[in-house]
Design a protein around this ligand. Structure first.
Ligand code: SF4
Length: 449
């Protein structure tokens, strides 16, 4: 470890940037997998003239992309095709939507730096090649590639995935929702969902409240079915919970909380399609007879049944899955002792904050928020987003402590992903959390109720 170079002559800078670029390429690959499937689901729904719940988001996308159409389905098809066409381009052809989506001054800088991304699937390929043994040894060149891949991740993997989800699943609405282990209602057949590809659950969500399907649950002794949110897909369902009040019982927790959620015994099945579905849940499912079904083999668990999501056969596949859920419930409930925590979590957690819903809440203008920042009542806004991890003091410890510190200094925190799963379960997203804020932010919160 003390040698200035590796045996091949690579410096520490080369080794570190090579590993970083490889990790960034892998991360982009994951995000592009999600946006690709989301766009394909929107495309197929548009062709079948299925339900589009977020027409506001569709209009936003059409406006940004310069798309017109005779009806919403035609527009949705064109939007999905525009996204797919971009991500399937070769690496040497720049993607068209970057300029349409990006903040113009930022786009200008990217252009000047020469980091406008080509087709993102091909960029992942190039990143893997570039970081293989004794290929690129220029740290600056590799770091510029990290930035380039980051642009694809942000615009396609995050912004566009969210907007396409909005079109299919409905746009977020600001509301109060329950979180934590309390959302597990033992009277129902409980299905924990994990992953990031919410559009794969659309048909299942709809079917689970159909009278013939509810009757199957009732014949087995349950009141019906409930989806219990976990990881990012649960967080996403919570965000859009206003559209799913009947089937979605709340977000129980984030990535590693999934083990505790399952250990309650109240979950009858896990349906997973992406990360984070940690291998640590496998022995718990084994022990507590929890059925595991995986609908995308990229996240196949060792003891899960693989039932890949196929849009064309989703009706038969969904019905078959429902029969398996009922069978799992009937088999396990008489044998498994429940260890519920109905006191864990909160009933009134703020959710549904998006760029659109927040602006609407503020009276269709950002001015009230900007005024509060200018006057110093709010010192600023900080983002605490993405994955939480176990390394800094324990699960969620760093994120929760950080948020406590920020709000005590009159800084508003915007949170998403598994960070918010921990922050909300620790009571920092309920109105009562105003008591933990600094005096100025507290006064603003109280004024807003
Ligand atoms: S936020 Fe991170 S830890 Fe949570 S599900 Fe998404 S990828 Fe996994």
């Amino acid at each position: 470890p003390d040698a200035p170079h590796g045996i091949c002559g690579a410096s520490a800078d080369v080794l570190v940037t090579r590993n970083l670029l490889r990790a960034v390429a892998a991360g982009l690959g994951c995000y592009i997998h999600v946006v690709e499937n989301t766009a394909l689901n929107l495309r197929n729904t548009a062709i079948e003239k299925g339900t589009l719940k977020g027409l506001g988001a569709l209009e936003t996308l059409c406006k940004k992309f310069g798309i017109t159409g005779t009806d919403d389905h035609e527009k949705a098809l064109k939007v999905a095709d525009a996204v797919l066409a971009d991500i399937y381009k070769p690496e040497y052809v720049k993607m068209d939507l970057v300029e349409k989506m990006a903040y113009p001054p930022r786009f200008k800088v990217w252009k000047e730096l020469g980091i406008l991304p080509g087709g993102s699937k091909s960029e992942v390929f190039r990143g893997v090649v570039k970081t293989s043994t004794n290929l690129n040894s220029d740290p600056v060149n590799m770091l510029l590639d990290c930035l380039k891949l980051g642009i694809s991740t942000g615009i396609y993997g995050l912004t566009l995935t969210n907007l396409l989800n909005d079109v299919l699943l409905g746009e977020p609405e600001i509301t109060m929702a329950p979180v934590g282990l309390r959302v597990i209602d033992p009277d129902y057949i409980n299905i924990m969902i994990t992953g990031h590809q919410h559009t794969m659950f659309v048909r299942l969500q709809e079917r689970l409240t159909d009278p013939d399907v509810v009757a199957k649950a009732q014949a087995a002794g349950a009141k019906g079915f409930k989806l219990v949110g976990c990881t990012c897909v649960g967080q996403d369902l919570q965000l859009r919970g206003a559209h799913y009040t009947e089937i979605f019982n709340g977000h129980a927790g984030n990535n590693y909380t999934s083990e505790a959620i399952l250990a309650t015994g109240g979950i009858d099945a896990v349906i997973s399609e992406f990360n984070c579905t940690p291998p640590g849940i496998e022995p718990i499912c084994e022990e507590l007879l929890i059925k595991q079904i995986c609908i995308d083999d990229v996240a196949k668990k060792a003891n899960a049944e693989l039932k890949p999501f196929v849009f064309a056969s989703r009706e038969e596949d969904t019905n078959a899955i429902i029969d398996e859920l009922v069978a799992a419930y009937k088999e396990r409930r008489p044998k498994v002792k429940l260890n519920l925590f109905p006191e864990h979590g909160y009933d009134n957690t703020l959710t549904g904050v998006s760029e659109v819903s927040l602006k609407k809440f503020l009276g269709n203008s950002w001015k009230p928020l900007i005024d509060l920042i200018v006057s110093g009542d709010i010192k600023g806004i900080a983002g605490v987003v993405g994955c939480s991890n176990l390394t800094a003091g324990g699960h969620d410890v760093l994120t929760v402590d950080l948020v406590r510190e920020l709000i005590s200094r009159d800084i508003i925190v915007l949170t998403a992903g598994c960070s918010s799963g921990g922050i909300e379960n620790c009571g920092l997203m309920v109105p009562e959390a105003a008591e933990l804020a600094g005096p100025k932010l507290k006064a603003v919160c109280k004024k807003l109720g």
